[in-house]
Design a protein around this ligand. Sequence first.
Ligand SMILES: Cc1cc2nc3c(=O)[nH]c(=O)nc-3n(C[C@H](O)[C@H](O)[C@H](O)COP(=O)(O)OP(=O)(O)OC[C@H]3O[C@@H](n4cnc5c(N)ncnc54)[C@H](O)[C@@H]3O)c2cc1C
Length: 338
Amino acid sequence: MSRLTRPTGSVIPSGCTWLPSRAVAVHPDEREVELDTAERVGYLVLVLAPGLEPDLAAVPGLAEAMDAGWATTANLSSRAEDTWTAIRGMTRGRVVFTIPPEPAPCGGTALKPLFLACDHWQEEGALADIDVHLVTPYSSLLDLPFADSRLAPHVEGLGITVRHGATVAPLDHAGRTVTLRTGAGEQVLDDVERAFVVPHYQAPGWLAPVAGADTGGLVDVDPMTLAHRRLPHVWSLGDVADVQTRPSGGALRRQVDVLADNIRRHRLGESLRHYDGYTIIPITVDRRRLMLAEFDRTGAPQPTTSLIDLTVPRRSLWAFDRYLEPVVYFTALLKGRV
Ligand SMILES: Cc1cc2nc3c(=O)[nH]c(=O)nc-3n(C[C@H](O)[C@H](O)[C@H](O)COP(=O)(O)OP(=O)(O)OC[C@H]3O[C@@H](n4cnc5c(N)ncnc54)[C@H](O)[C@@H]3O)c2cc1C
């Protein structure tokens, strides 16, 4: 993790003043944001992008199971390294992986640890002795037919049992059970050796005054222009904005461009640009190949290039994601250059 992270202060663009405090409330009528120091900061324009927060309490027993070392997840940076240790330590038994329900930050990437683990177990000759279950909230793997058609044969080939339309309800680490909630009721998986459970996510509660009645706590923006539907001078983007597409860093990258331009256009009284709903799920299918699912709000493919089919798992994509992406992230992406 230490190789992949940088102190926040080192990535603040020149011209920005970083207030190293947490926002705890928005007061739209006064056009102020309240900080955890009790200070209030006034604004002419407010852009909200605090992301989603893990909601461990949404799955009863998950926090206890994690503390006991029986459950873990690569989605929490504090547990990412444990996840690989846990995967390497397994030689037999039943194991459960999950894809989180929406909203979640790039939820489909939860397939990455599953496939990396299966690849490792296959290489170690242990996969045949490990009973792998995948719990997905979707009726197919990701409810993206163009990506599912590539992934389903791979999942079948690895012998993974897929539990469709399901989320994890209580976990009992002492009894070693994982309860699944499905449309048809509850199912219990017993004798679970390890549970790799991605927490559910939620929008921060302090955003309630800027959320919509039906947005599940997400900031109530026009999904096209990213302007708040009710409050002038308030904008939002990223995982916390109700842009009606699956959240991802790739989606955010497109939104930044539109939002920055739209704030300027709004000030000049010009017509606003539209964000087309583009989003992406990069999926490592093993420890050598990665595929990209790029799609729009309707789930229809929206490839960035027509030259090659990026839904085909490729070694070059894997190498880009593994070695170049972290460099591009800090040198170009955070600076708005790509
Ligand atoms: C395990 C995992 C793998 C992923 N893989 C990919 C991938 O391969 N490709 C991809 O495109 N996307 C991926 N994503 C999704 C991507 O990381 C997110 O979509 C993206 O980071 C969302 O950006 P954001 O700015 O909206 O929120 P965040 O990245 O969550 O950033 C929010 C920022 O706001 C700060 N903040 C939060 N609350 C407050 C507060 N109260 N006051 C002040 N500051 C606050 C936080 O500290 C943070 O710096 C992945 C996500 C996860 C969890």
